[in-house]
Design a protein around this ligand. Structure first.
Ligand SMILES: [Zn+2]
Ligand SMILES: [Zn+2]
Length: 317
């Protein structure tokens, strides 16, 4: 690698880090943060807090805590880690879509009908969004139930304070698994719809999926990792996960372990008995509990601890 290649690598990495704030595909895009600020104002007024709005939002204990600094460190580290993944993953996704389409053609010949452009856009958007959400639930469930996977997912739960960037506090191995899940769902769904619509799938079709994300991100998705207790109407919390419901997911109270595993939709939690609604819970403390929090009190510990614990898992009698 010559110095130009190193510079280009650094440049790409920094662009990815900045992308967390200036790319609409990220939940922490500045416009979504702004819309979350408005919802925070709503919560602030409703809960009649004594401190000023500014100190409520810019709470040092939230944004500059040791835990928050680990979040920022992991975001920077993962941005560079991702550079190694993006190109091969994208290629794999496209190849998977192509192969799925090929497989269907070989099995069933040409489809006897073809979806119109509008049907393709609407059905593809809905299918991909719901399937992605369901697979995210399943994978999240596995992270909590399979001891080996839990060791990696623990890094997300070791946060003792939460701000919107905690969303991206992930161990690189979890990042890898999540990307693989996303690419599998994308590849297979795209292949199926490409087959059913006689190759009408283009990057424009994907725009519909982005509209879904846009709606979700602008409705306070950033407050899920925060100290702002935004609840939804009780009935709505059976369908969509509210910020408080995800905060309950981060609770160190054993009663709340493995609850509210859903990403956007709460229906999976409702169906599989892992749902907790805001009104069922009083206060929550974030983290793994007093005993375990200290094992994750630095950036390096968060990176290293999973491997150490997995080694212990395999060597204990
Ligand atoms: Zn979790
Ligand atoms: Zn979380």
């Amino acid at each position: 690698m010559d110095y130009k290649a190193i510079l280009a690598f650094l440049n790409d990495g920094i662009e990815l880090v900045l992308g967390y704030i200036n790319s609409p595909s990220k939940r922490t895009y500045y416009l979504y943060l702004l819309s979350s600020l408005l919802l925070t104002l709503y919560v602030y007024v409703r809960t009649k807090r004594k401190e000023s709005f500014v100190s409520f939002v810019l709470n040092r204990k939230v944004w500059l805590s040791r835990s928050a600094c680990i979040d920022y460190g992991l975001i920077a580290f993962n941005s560079f880690f991702k550079l190694l993944l993006i190109a091969p993953f994208l290629l794999f996704g496209l190849k998977l879509a192509f192969n799925t389409n090929d497989f269907l053609l070989a099995q069933f010949g040409y489809a006897s009908f073809s979806l119109s452009t509008t049907e393709t856009l609407v059905l593809y958007t809905i299918s991909l969004s719901i399937l992605n959400d369901f697979m995210t639930y399943i994978v999240h469930w596995l992270y909590h139930k399979v001891p080996l996977l839990w060791e990696f997912h623990k890094i997300h739960h070791s946060a003792t304070t939460m701000n919107p960037f905690t969303q991206y506090r992930l161990h690189p191995i979890e990042l890898l698994i999540n990307n693989m899940k996303g690419i599998l769902v994308f590849g297979i769904t795209t292949g199926v719809f490409d087959y059913l619509s006689e190759h009408q799938i283009s990057k424009w079709t994907y725009l519909g999926v982005n509209v879904f994300s846009f709606i979700f991100y602008s409705w306070g998705a950033n407050l899920r990792h925060s100290h702002v207790k935004l609840k939804y109407f009780n009935f709505l919390e059976y369908i969509f996960i509210s910020p408080v419901q995800h905060q309950v997911h981060h609770s160190d109270n054993p009663e709340h372990y493995d609850k509210n595993l859903g990403s956007r939709l709460a229906i999976w939690d409702w169906l599989f008995g892992t749902l907790v609604r805001s009104r069922q819970v009083e206060n929550v403390t974030f983290g793994l509990g007093q005993k375990d929090n200290k094992n994750y009190s630095s950036f390096m510990k968060n990176l290293w601890m999973p491997f150490q614990n997995i080694f212990k898992l395999f060597t204990k009698k």
